[in-house]
Design a protein around this ligand. Structure first.
Ligand code: FAD
Ligand code: 2HG
Ligand code: ZN
Length: 452
């Protein structure tokens, strides 16, 4: 009955109910989070999204918004039988304002298509990440995605000038004018950014673009140990103004990527740790990068790439980690944390023993955006629902002033530990905001703050 009402809104063909089809929307990218749903709704306009929300409110039906389903914290899949609202059909790019260096994109546009549209307009988009071909800009905004170039351009929130969204109240809010300075009250776009679908459905976004930096050089530095790699990244942030990425990898992870992908080792002899660095600008940054690298301690060897194919090949050693770890069998535990700079090196060394203490024999894969203090701690060899490892790592990180979620969000995976980072007063404020914008508690009710 209700499905017929949804069909009247979005069209029968966009209410998916066949078991096989729906199944792919009900499991997350890692395979750790698997749910079920009666239907996937695929609205094609903001009006249809608003009508879907109105029906859900009327009938008290909870929904999980979904974009590219590349999220890492189980926030975009129906773990409690919610309906899935897929925003992927909102895939229109434009208008593009080349003079202002801004563009508007529907929530369902992939990150890669946003980047391409920026390029066509003579600009660039500041956010990049490995899931670019599937992840949507709506999902990026909902998770406040970070990625490879945060140290240069900031996270998704820093690119966001406005949004159009259907709130849990059923209201459509739109602020897409793109004024860079606009102090006319609460920044709803910033609030929705990182809200993980708990306050409303983002339907379109207004983004600022950045000047292109076409002259690029990348290098993989073989480092004596992880501490040297961390220290080198910290030093390069100060000495290399054109630095646009600084990524940590360890020997085991690089060897795994090579064995899964068939790529040759990046350097003639293995190093215990690697730092992938990129510098970019309008003039060739190679001399500047070489000079900065020459003054670093602990560099054992280096491979440098200047043409786009070779640069992409070096980045594949780092970006390939996610897929390589997933190929190992049982889904990994993905613990995406940030650490204060002062303890970053020490914690990178210590985290494997934190895991070992609660899960002897488990494998730990450490890599990440070390220039931002962001380490991805992947653990394999532990049952998906055994949370002892998650608990031990999050507590160790929070104890030294770190965050249990650097860039992936809280989702359902980390909800239990939110109080490690957020005070009771902050959580009360979260609950008030949630109640104001989603009074029926139907917007992703089991994610982040929950509706209770
Ligand atoms: P989904 O996975 O579909 O959803 C994610 C969350 O956002 C869910 O809570 C969902 O309910 C909500 N949501 C989605 N769309 C909307 C909408 N329109 N309105 C309201 N809520 C919505 N992330 C990083 O930050 N940095 C990285 O470097 C990075 N690299 C990755 C590499 C790989 C290979 C993969 C697979 C993932 C990576 N990710 C990374 C994680 C992921 O790509 C990001 O979290 C991304 O922003 C999710 O976008 P999505 O469209 O797939 O969202
Ligand atoms: C990355 O930086 C992503 O590659 C995914 O954020 C991290 O696989 C992960 O844990
Ligand atoms: Zn990442």
């Amino acid at each position: 009955m209700l499905l017929r009402a949804f069909s009247d809104v979005v069209g029968r063909v966009h209410v998916l109910t066949e078991t096989d089809v729906v199944a792919s929307y009900a499991v997350d990218w890692t395979g750790r989070y698997r749910g079920e749903t009666a239907a996937v709704l695929r609205p094609g306009s903001v009006e249809e999204v608003a009508a879907v929300v109105a029906l859900c409110r009327e009938h008290g039906v909870p929904v999980v918004p979904q974009g590219g389903n590349t999220g890492m914290v189980g926030g975009g899949v129906p773990l409690h039988g919610e309906l899935v609202v897929s925003l992927r059909r909102l895939s229109r790019v434009g208008p593009v304002d080349a003079a202002a260096g801004q563009l508007t994109a529907g929530a369902g546009v992939t990150l890669a298509d946003v980047q391409a549209a920026a390029r066509e307009a003579g600009w660039a988009y500041g956010v990049d990440l490995g899931g670019r071909d599937s992840a949507t800009i709506g999902g990026n905004v909902a998770t406040n995605a970070g990625g490879l170039r945060v140290l240069r351009y900031g996270d998704t929130r820093a690119q966001l000038l406005g949004v159009q969204a259907v709130l849990g109240t059923g209201d459509v809010v739109e602020h897409l004018g793109g004024l860079v300075k606009d102090n006319t009250g609460y920044a709803l776009h910033s609030l929705l950014c990182g809200s993980e679908g708990t306050l409303g459905l983002v339907t379109a976004v207004r983004l600022r673009l950045v000047p292109p930096a076409p002259a690029r050089v990348a290098a993989i530095l073989g480092m004596k140990d992880a501490a040297s790699a961390v220290a080198a990244a910290q030093e390069l942030r100060r000495t290399l103004p054109t630095l646009s990425a600084a990524e940590l990898m360890l020997r085991a992870g690089v060897e795994l990527v090579c064995s899964v992908s068939g790529a040759p080792p990046p350097l003639a002899a293995p190093s215990d740790a690697y730092l992938l660095v990129e510098a970019s600008g309008t003039a060739d940054p190679t001399p500047e990068l070489s000079a900065a690298v020459a003054s670093l301690a602990g560099v054992e060897d280096a491979a440098v790439a200047e043409d786009p194919q070779r640069i992409a090949a070096l980045f594949r050693y780092r970006e390939g980690h996610t897929e390589a770890v997933n190929s190992l069998g049982a889904p990994p535990h993905k613990l995406d944390v940030t650490l204060p700079n002062s303890v970053l090196a020490e914690m990178v060394e210590r985290l494997p023993s934190v895991v070992e203490a609660v899960a002897p024999g488990a494998s730990v894969w450490l890599f990440g955006h070390v220039g931002d203090g962001n380490v991805h701690v992947n653990v394999t060899g532990v049952e998906p629902d055994d949370e002892r490892v998650d608990d031990a790592v999050f507590r160790a990180v929070a104890e030294v002033g770190g965050s249990i979620s650097a860039e992936h969000g809280v989702g359902t995976a980390k909800r239990r530990w939110l109080e490690l980072n957020r005070s009771a007063a902050e959580l009360r404020a979260f609950a008030s905001i949630k109640h104001a914008l989603d009074p029926d508690g139907i917007m992703n009710p089991h994610v982040l703050v929950g509706s209770g």
